[in-house]
Design a protein around this ligand. Sequence first.
Ligand code: 8GP
Length: 833
Amino acid sequence: GKEIWPRGDENVWKDGTRAIDKDVPDVTKSIINHVNTSLARQAYNIDDMGAYQAVALAARDDLLINWNETQLNYTRKAPKRAYYLSLEFLMGRTLDNALLNLGLKDNFTQGVDKLGFNIEDIIDKERDAALGNGGLGRLAACYLDSSASQELPVWGYGLRYKYGIFQQLIAPDGSQLEAPDPWLEHSNPWELPRVDVTIDVRFYGHAERLDNGKAIWSGGQEVLAVAYDVMIPGYHTKTTNNLRLWESKPKRGFDLNSFNAGDYEKAVQSSNSAETITSVLYPNDNTMVGKELRLKQQYFWTAASLNDIMRRFKNYGKPITEFPEYVAIQLNDTHPTLAIPELMRLLVDEEDVPWDKAWSIVTSTFFFTNHTVLPEALEKWPVPLMQHLLPRHMQIIFDLNLTFLQAVEKKFPGDRDRLARMSLIQEGYPQYVRMANLACIGSRRVNGVAELHSELVKTTIMKDFVEFFGVSKFSNVTNGITPRRWLDQCNPALSTLITETLGCTKNEWLKDLYKLEGLLKHVDDPKFQKKWAAIKQSNKERLAHHVEVTLGIKINTKAMFDVQIKRLHEYKRQTLNLLGVVHRYLALKKMTPEQRKKINPRVVFFAGKAAPGYYIAKLTIRLIVNVARVINADPDTKDYLSMFFLPDYSVTLAEILIPASDLSQHISTAGTEASGTSNMKFCLNGGLLLGTVDGANIEIAEEVGDSNVFFFGHLTPAVEELRYQHTYHPVPVEEKCPALAAVLDEISAGRFGDGSVYEPLLNTIRQGDYYLLTEDFDSYIQALSMVDAAYQDRTEWIKKSIRTTAKMGKFSSDRAILTYAEEFWNIEACKVP
Ligand code: 8GP
């Protein structure tokens, strides 16, 4: 029956409330206090969810004290600050991370134990804050963790979406279904609503030009931006930074004029449209979808953030010309590019700064990071749309363009093609504003996110700009990941073993990840190898348990765990992996039972969401699911090969999958994956990498040595020529790659369900093959055999695994954020006394 007494010791609950018993830990008292007051609940009425809320509030109290001290210290010392503007922050869960960063995990573990709860069960009640699509959003979250951990005065600015990335469900036929993610349904203890911090944001209306390049922008619709603050604790430091997320609200509850005129419906309508702005995250990754509401989001967020930044700068009491000495703003891709004309508008129209001076302030303030060279991702907005929504900004962009093109003409006289390529405006009907061009001319520095990608930025999309501005404006900052979440938090056993082995504190190596090299001394120590392997094994069992609980499927944990988890995109080539699995399955089918026994069993995991409008990506999921059904049910082969699509990929699911992987796949067509960041996470957790010579894979191999990664496929310089051949001199798949043709034929023939369903997907390979699967398939299969061979020698594999982890120092996001801080922003640590 139902318990009528609280879990745990009833006396602890009672004494804790009265706070008299010395034996009751402070955290326990604090939790009880929150149960009674904040939650207004009684002890016998508390389940894991209630306990989670009380524990979160207790931890929040500690964060708040640090947060207040940090902000006060910034106000007193008035340091130069940096702001990270990102439309996406893929935070995941907060409680565990907060407890670890505060150094309070053990206290809380004991504290909840006294109340009859288990801390891991409580942690498991939290929903992910999934305000992002993939790598770009998770990178922003890692950078916030590193900024706070390095005690840097950095704030994030983003949007408080009511709905994060959709929840992914799999329909009976195997295809993806999307459901909304109402993550704020239960109150969110990690955000602080600031009803007093609001900014008016204008849309539409008229811009009337005055003298000196100034104008007055009036009329239109005004929307209110309300701030919500999220505390970002550094690891083992008091510094607790801020992530400010804006929510849109109607400026007045309703439009009094319309209301008085008796048009109640219209009055309520305008308030609806104001609230729509921050209602949902656009679920596209690496692709631009030109929706008006998205442009509204972008302006709403940049305007609110810029006004807030300006207000804070003014509190410093410095002359406006010193703005860039106190403010640096990083633009996370082109999404916040409207910040450039917005700062021009604030300076020229509202602060009376002369145009040229204003432009020099702007171009000293902004820094721009590009995250992809894929053409479909480059943002451009129709001029008529922008003119309508943001008439003043459109004027400013045209004025900037005129001066800019005059300068280009001066440097390269008579080069009309160059002018057309570099213009902020793409000609045509309609014209378009090219956001990357605007971001580039408005920023002091432009960077890519891995060595190869930064080279491609310079030689492709920014080539003309390199010739105009000089190459020194363009550079590289290779991405990084926070080792706090991506090792200490997700793989506590490995973290403990590393601390024991290195002979330094956990704090020391987590903040100086190069210290991992100390593991190399122990590579040949059989005892250490054994411990290392045992941890991997228990992580595999943890994953298997999770799959059994969520999907009801049992997994052979003795098999090699082979993982590809990322957004579904043709350039990432999940299809190559899938076809590789089918190839393996067909080969197994042809073997005798005796032959099969020599094969090392393999379990292949896929996870990832497809943009709801991305037909081919969704079809790929459907095929993965249906191939899995057939393979997993085949008694001949199921002991040697199985395959799973885990639905609803998230940060939290990644935290379970990554520590459990023996091998992970990062197999994009060369030159298409800007960096990748999960590749770093897998390697940090001792998983080996199977990949193409692309993005940060290259730098990982440089660190760990070629013998510890499995590379295959064509290199970037070959891609353009190969694509040309596929377009103009196509060769049938049967001739180019018979092994692949055989696989495609089996699918067409209906071996995995009605083949005709998958024709559009298979045809992307048979015709055009833009992502060059036919070119890389043989080499991929060969690499997979090398993986098999390597896995046969388990000791050697473990050594590779240790060496890989040991050489991950470079990929700490602390290194990346310090590069931004020192080389771009010119900011320094500001320690809380
Ligand atoms: C991603 C890149 O695809 C990935 O390689 C990289 O690791 C990550 O950014 C972080 O740098 N790019 C995007 O998500 C992206 O470009 N998104 C939208 C701007 C189009």
